[in-house]
Design a protein around this ligand. Sequence first.
Ligand code: SF4
Ligand code: SF4
Length: 404
Amino acid sequence: MPLSPLLQQQIDRCVMCGLCTQHCPTYALTPNENESPRGRLALIAAVNEGQLAVTPPLLAHLDHCLGCRACERACPSQVAFGEIMDQARDLLEPQRPRQQRLRKHLGHALLGHRRLLRTALTGLRWARKTGLDKAARVIPPIPAGPRWRAYYPPVAEARGEVGLFLGCINETLGQMELRAAIQLLTHAGHGVHIPPQQTCCGALHRHNGDTRAASGLARQNLRAFEKLPVTAILHTASGCTSQLREYGQQLADDTQARAAARFSAGVEDINHFLARQPWPREMRFSPLRKRVAIHSPCSLKNVLRQADAPFRLLTIIPDIELIALADNGLCCGGAGSYMLTQAERAARLREDKLDALQEAQADILVTSNIGCALHLQAGLRERGREIEVLHPVTLLARQMDKAE
Ligand code: SF4
Ligand code: SF4
């Protein structure tokens, strides 16, 4: 399994200090060195050097990794753990059983076809009959089909032009958040461009051993946005935003490297963008006398490093009480497709979050990533709890007093 020399150098940067282990949710679940970041790096290095055979238990230790990148954030040697793991998974892919690979590739292919994907999501209502019940449990009722205009002009005095990325699953299940984003952006004076040629960000492909497909999707998104007169590209799901932000790194050796670097530089989390905008003087937000717990998705915290943005954004709502969900440093278990492929572990990680939420006696839970929202909502449904789970922009748009 030859890793690129650059990544081998990255692994070599690990001084085995173990400072990352205390931040690793899978090590917290199973205190086994092979379930820690340091242990996983050692496994990858040993396979790479031909000292260790690729066995199902070895693959399982790598598969248990959530890709939360808490280790990367904690590492004093700045080991690029996420990139190493992505490349290792890609190189190990041919060693997996054929059926498993086929199932995964079919799923990945679907994410790149927006219309087909929506039909498939609706079809998941029948999933219990077909044995896909793990997926059916996390899918909430599907709203009516999204219809996006290519351009939404500013409602207030014009301040600029932005692009809005829709996402694949998010386009259907995160419609409310996307509509809230359009409402807030246009009322803050921004024209919003939604190029119809855009596609899935490719995060699930990239983190699950399908780098080639991920790069193809990245190139399609570069083409979709390249001619737009925008100063920022925004999205509502922090998981996908992180992936868009890393196109430059992902396509560094590609013919599109410069375009990718330009694109990535313009990508910004929607909370972060809105929190630094001056609102028009006539904009008002209604008071909200509620306790709102903020969950910090790993992508927002460990990759974008903007976990403070939802707090800064929502403080504009009068009377709101904002609290950080306890143990925000640890992943909730959603982690892209992890909640489906490692359902039992994902549910165990979620339990602590739900307990913390109950203890905090919050009225609303806010999170900035669709995957975390679906995972946490499913857990709340299982517990028979009614608490609302919203994106910060949905909550803010709801409190907006429109002068229309
Ligand atoms: S903190 Fe960094 S250097 Fe230390 S063991 Fe973890 S990955 Fe290696
Ligand atoms: S990415 Fe997360 S789960 Fe994976 S090794 Fe690092 S801290 Fe642990």
